[in-house]
Design a protein around this ligand. Structure first.
Ligand code: DGJ
Length: 375
């Protein structure tokens, strides 16, 4: 009897310690992979290819330096979205100190898309050069023949050098902005709205920090990133092979201070979740809508309801995952960062719900499964 009880308690304790249970999403719990190790794919995104989901994200390490890239981008695969197999490091940082992706740089928010024309898997990520904090604001691209990698680094850049956004008024292109405007003064805000930072970065290329990718139904891919010192989002068209920028881009909500973009499309409308800019600390999510990717994005409001709605349930958006073979099934993926011990950051996955106007919203759930999409 004693032995049976011992094993029963050991089993129950084991379950509790292991974290998220199989067949359920438990937002904020530890999420063990096939080896029982908490998934290490932060700021991630998901590729669906040939019957499998591939989750790519920042491989974090322990302690305070854990947000720097010492390893690279980690990949996991799954057929059911609950159970994830460790596929190892898909993109590895370089040992060469001269490389832009040398160990100790910052690699954030990697996203992978498949290019049907070239048969290649293309990864883009936010890159900050080693020892320069968040100054470089570049985006990097790497390519692979298999979804799990290895991804070979091609280049990193500040995009759209020498080109104006397509939604930028002609007369502003020759505008001379006053120097030394006081940050956050009314005149400064007005100047940023009118593209002062686009002018500043015109020759070198625009800043590209938090990012995501989106492939539209016509196969065109878009790179969506926080630009202009995180004050304005830019949406840029990628070339047909997805490895470069065409030079066609728009500014979205100038001075709106949005980061953490995550895009999806439903019933012909494009939605984007973003956050405000408060470092690793959570803030209220924002929801934007547009009739096309390069169209007029409008702010609708905070998509969260209930307790902690103003902190996005203590998380920050990273991706919207359309669930295969289910109608209107989209998962909001977010990160609950842990800057003190980055590797222990948690994942907040919630089903996106739709109100009577058809607008998406998010409500907290302690646990849920994919059957919510069958109701
Ligand atoms: C918020 C961003 O969304 C993260 O990806 C990261 O860049 C942190 N800021 C750094 O403070």
């Amino acid at each position: 009897m004693k032995t049976t009880l011992f094993f029963l308690f050991a089993f129950l304790f084991g379950l509790a310690a292991a974290g998220q249970k199989s067949g359920l999403f438990q937002p904020g719990e530890r999420w063990p992979d096939n080896n029982g190790v908490h998934i290490n794919a932060h700021g991630g995104g998901i590729l669906f290819y040939d019957g499998k989901y591939y989750w790519f994200g920042e491989h974090k390490t322990e302690g305070k330096r854990g947000n720097q890239a010492w390893v690279g981008v980690h990949c996991y695969s799954s057929e059911n979205l609950y159970d994830w197999k460790d596929e190892g490091v898909a993109f590895a940082v370089s040992e060469n100190p001269e490389s832009p992706v040398t160990a100790g740089c910052i690699i954030e928010r990697p996203k992978v898309i498949y290019n049907a024309k070239t048969g290649k898997f293309v990864m883009w990520f936010h890159l900050e050069l080693k020892g320069q904090g968040y100054k470089a604001a570049q985006t990097g691209v790497a390519v692979a023949d298999k979804p799990t990698g290895p991804y070979n680094f091609i280049k990193a850049l500040n995009p759209n050098a020498g080109v104006w956004p397509v939604n930028y008024a002609g007369e502003l292109k020759s505008k001379k902005f006053p120097e030394n405007l006081k940050e956050w003064s009314d005149d400064w805000i007005q100047a940023v709205k009118e593209g002062m930072i686009v002018h500043r970065d015109f020759q070198k290329g625009q800043m590209a920090r938090d990012m995501t990718l989106y492939i539209d139904e016509d196969g065109k891919a878009y790179h969506i990133h926080a630009s202009e010192e995180n004050l304005t989002l830019h949406i840029s068209e990628l070339t047909d092979d997805y490895t470069d920028f065409t030079g066609k881009y728009i500014r979205v909500l100038p001075t709106g201070h949005n980061e953490a973009p995550a895009v999806f499309k439903r019933n012909g409308k494009y939605y984007m979740f973003t956050s405000g800019c408060t470092g690793w600390a959570p803030n209220a999510a924002r929801l934007l809508v547009s009739d096309s990717m390069m169209g007029n994005w409008e702010y609708i409001g905070n998509p969260c309801i209930g307790d902690d709605k103003d902190l996005t349930f203590h998380s920050q958006s990273t991706y919207v995952l359309p669930v295969q073979d289910k109608k209107d099934a989209y998962i909001f993926m977010a990160d609950r960062w842990n800057p003190e011990n980055a590797i222990d950051g948690r994942y907040i996955w919630l089903p996106i719900q739709f109100n009577e106007k058809g607008n998406p919203y998010l409500a907290w759930k302690n646990e849920w499964d994919l059957s919510v999409f069958d109701k």
